[in-house]
Ligand binder design. Structure first.
Ligand code: URA
Length: 240
C-alpha cells in the first residue's frame, strides 16, 4: 500500500505536489469514491484510482508459468472454497488470471497473466498452439485406435482436429499405458473424452508443454516469471 499522491505521480499523471492539490480539490476518486485525505493509502494494483474521472495507468503486464497441482481449481475464486490457482500467487499484486483451464484432477503447466489481449490471443481457436499432455490410460490402445486419435475422432458430434500421439510405455501388470498427446484445441475435458471415445479411459493426466513453454524444473505448486523472449515466442507461435 502506498500514499495516494505517490501512486498518482508514479503513474505519470502529474507531480506528487500537484497530485496533492488534485486530492484536496476533490478531483481524485478511489474505487469510485472521492478521497480528499492526503495520507490515504491505496494499492496501485488492486484499487482503481481516477483523476478527473479518468483511470490512471493500468498495471504493467505480467506473465507466469505455474505447475498446477491436482485438486486445485483453475480460477481466481471458488464458491465452494476449494483451493484455486491464484492462492499460489498471494504475494503478486497484479490481478492475474489463468489462461484457459486444466481440470481439477489434471496437473501441470498453466499460464497466468493480467494481460487480457495476450490471453485472448493464446486461446483464440484460429491460433493453433499445441499443448502436450502425458496421459496414463487404462489398457493398451491398438494402433488403429491411436490412428483414430491422430486423424480426429467424433466427440459429441464434432470431429477433433488432428493430434500428435505416441505410446511411451505399457505396463502389463497394471494394465495401463503412458501416452504423449499433443492437441491445439481446448474443448472441455478434451483429452479425457478422446481416450474415453477409444475405450481407454484416462487414469492420470498432466500437461507438460504449452507451445514452446515447458515446466522445466518446476515442482507442483511452483511458478516462475516468463522471460520476455518466451512471451515473444508464445505470441509468434499463435500466428498461423
Ligand atoms: N484435456 C482434459 O481432458 N483435461 C484437461 O485438464 C486438459 C485437457
Amino acid at each position: 500500500m502506498e500514499r495516494l499522491q505517490k501512486v498518482i505521480a508514479n503513474a505519470g499523471v502529474t507531480s506528487r505536489r500537484k497530485a496533492e492539490t488534485f486530492i484536496e480539490e476533490g478531483r481524485v476518486k478511489v474505487n469510485g469514491k472521492i478521497v480528499r485525505e492526503l495520507g490515504s493509502k491505496v494499492s496501485a494494483h488492486k484499487d482503481t484510482v481516477e483523476v478527473d474521472n479518468i483511470p490512471i495507468d493500468k498495471e504493467e503486464p505480467v506473465y507466469y508459468v505455474f505447475y498446477k497441482p491436482k485438486q486445485v481449481i483453475s480460477a481466481v475464486r471458488d464458491d465452494k472454497n476449494r483451493k484455486v490457482v491464484t492462492d499460489y500467487f498471494e504475494e503478486v499484486e497484479e490481478r492475474i488470471f489463468p489462461i484457459g483451464r486444466l481440470d481439477y484432477d489434471t496437473s501441470g503447466l498453466l499460464l497466468l497473466t493480467n494481460d487480457g489481449d495476450f490471453a485472448n490471443l493464446m486461446m483464440h481457436p484460429k491460433n493453433k498452439i499445441f499443448k502436450t499432455y502425458i496421459a496414463k490410460v487404462k489398457g493398451k490402445p491398438s494402433k488403429e485406435n491411436i490412428g483414430l486419435l491422430i486423424k480426429g475422432i467424433d466427440i459429441e458430434g464434432i470431429k477433433t482436429a488432428p493430434a500428435k500421439v505416441k505410446i511411451k510405455s505399457t505396463n502389463k501388470k497394471n494394465n495401463s499405458s503412458i501416452i504423449e498427446i499433443s492437441i491445439h484445441e481446448g474443448r472441455n475435458h478434451q483429452v479425457r473424452k478422446m481416450f474415453e471415445a477409444i475405450g481407454h479411459p484416462v487414469l492420470k493426466l498432466k500437461r507438460e508443454k504449452y507451445g514452446p513453454i515447458t515446466l522445466d524444473k518446476l515442482n507442483p505448486g511452483e511458478k516462475r516469471v516468463l522471460k520476455p523472449v518466451e512471451v515473444k515466442k508464445l505470441k509468434e507461435s499463435a500466428v498461423t
